[in-house]
Design a protein around this ligand. Structure first.
Ligand code: ATP
Length: 448
């Protein structure tokens, strides 16, 4: 009996210690969802019948790789899964731990399994930071189901997680939280007893600003909110307090409204005008305001062709590479790739010949200048094509000196129309002469 009392006293002590620890924990930790139903967003992962639900409801042993931006719920999901399935939760950080800690955690999990039958969730945060040998150390435990491995990564696992580990795990992708979802996280923290209920409140503009600053990251939203609550004391948190607390000037920028269009317009015009510093300023402004980096990358891809074009064709490659980097790496690091693309495009020689060319060609088509494709160019591969003289007289360009031959390619309606007018800038300066020479040969010595 005495022993039972001791046990009760111990567990009471544990609970009190846990509560005290919890009370001192950062707001983001206190507000960690206790069950799947408290997880905001990620509906694609949490709906009825999804693998994650099955894992929790039917307690199937499974290994997972959770891929998503910071503060979207990777650690939370791992923890919730372990709680719901009454497994031990053991966390290893790939930043500070190594093979030794991995082996020790696996040995302990095996002992627990042998002694009490209790299973372990082995959560490896930032698993992409483990090198191959370190990831290899996890394999036997995953293969033999000594643990349910859950790896979290902010980087594309196809590049950063070894394939034997990836192929033995279910890959789940988490999305950045949307504005409304961040509002829900913030409001919950302001009204929940675990959070700031009765402690502070937030003005509407400050909430908007906080959502922007969070950039899809719930942890960041809660960290900033907590910092602001210290500065505000008993007063409501307004934009000034928030600015002071997070030490960042409010970038007054409305992602849906005019500011958004003004800033993006100034950004593009600065690139076009070759003012690299102004372009970088607007880039920084958009990033700080939480603009979607994919949106910025898409604009860069368009303007690499619209404003640089053939004056430096590699600008398009840089812009596309930056867009890939945004997908693979994500913010904050991908801001560096975006900046490189902005610098490349701003410093590159400029040409609008590409957009003018396609606009003029399209204008003619819209005016009705189309007409039949010349017979000698028509498809000659099907039976009977030769009977209607399709392909007849077609000259195979490679058979001629320089690979170019006098031949009509355009339909009558636009014969002799020149759409491409190379500028004299950058690499395109070489094309003026080339295009003239080509046109002369194609048109049998006739100019224009
Ligand atoms: N989807 C979510 N719903 C509700 N709260 C969330 C969600 N995602 C994150 N949070 C809040 O943010 C805190 C941090 O989240 P969590 O540790 O799960 O993020 P993470 O994706 O593992 O981030 P990181 O990659 O930085 O480790 C949680 O304790 C919780 O308060």
């Amino acid at each position: 009996m005495a022993r039972r009392d001791d046990e009760q006293a111990d567990s009471l002590f544990d609970t009190q210690a846990e509560e005290a620890e919890q009370a001192n924990a950062p707001l983001a930790v206190r507000m960690r969802p206790r069950g799947l139903d408290e997880v905001v967003g990620q509906a694609h992962l949490l709906g009825p019948g999804t693998p994650l639900r099955q894992l929790v409801e039917r307690d199937v042993a499974m290994s997972l790789v959770l891929w998503g931006p910071p503060g979207t719920g990777k650690t939370t999901l791992a923890y919730v899964v372990s709680q719901a399935t009454e497994r031990r939760f053991v966390e290893i950080s790939a930043v500070s731990d190594g093979v030794k800690q991995v082996r020790a955690a696996i040995d302990q999990a095996k002992r627990e399994l042998g002694m009490s039958g209790r299973q372990t969730v082995l959560f490896v945060d930032e698993v992409h930071r483990f090198n191959k040998a370190q990831q290899d150390a996890l394999l036997p435990a995953v293969e033999n189901r000594w643990v349910s491995f859950i790896g979290a990564t902010t980087e594309n696992p196809f590049f950063s997680v070894i394939s034997p580990l990836l192929s033995r795990s279910l890959l789940l992708t988490l999305e950045p939280l949307g504005d409304d979802q961040l509002r829900e996280v913030i409001r919950r923290a302001l009204t929940d007893d675990r959070g700031l209920a009765g402690v502070t409140s937030l003005t509407e503009p400050a909430e908007d600003h906080l959502v922007r600053l969070a950039g899809g990251d719930a942890r960041r939203a809660l960290t900033y909110l907590e910092a602001a609550s210290y500065v505000a004391g008993r007063e409501p948190i307004d934009v000034d307090v928030l600015e002071k607390a997070v030490d960042r000037a409010a970038v007054r920028y409305d992602r849906e409204g005019d500011q958004h269009y003004d800033v993006i317009s100034a950004f593009i015009k600065s690139i076009r005008g070759s003012d690299v510093d102004a372009a970088l300023h607007y880039l920084a402004r958009m990033i700080e305001a939480g603009e979607d980096p994919r949106f910025i990358a898409r604009r860069l891809i368009v303007h690499a062709s619209e404003d640089v074009g053939m004056a430096d064709p590699s600008a398009l490659q840089t812009a596309i590479a930056a867009a890939h980097a945004v997908e693979f790496v994500g913010l904050p690091e991908a801001r560096i790739n975006l900046a490189q693309a902005v610098i490349h495009l701003s410093m590159a020689p400029k040409s609008n010949a590409v957009i003018r060319a396609i606009n003029e060609a399209s204008a003619d088509v819209r005016r009705g200048l189309v007409g039949p494709v010349p017979a000698h160019l028509r498809d000659a591969h099907y039976k009977g094509a030769s009977k209607i003289e399709h392909g007849k007289g077609y000259q195979y360009a490679h058979d001629f000196p320089g690979g170019v031959v006098e031949q009509r390619y355009a339909p009558d309606a636009v014969a002799g129309r020149d759409y491409y007018h190379p500028t004299k800038h950058g690499m395109e300066s070489r094309f003026s002469e080339v295009v003239e020479r080509l046109r002369t040969v194609l048109r049998g010595g006739r100019q224009g």
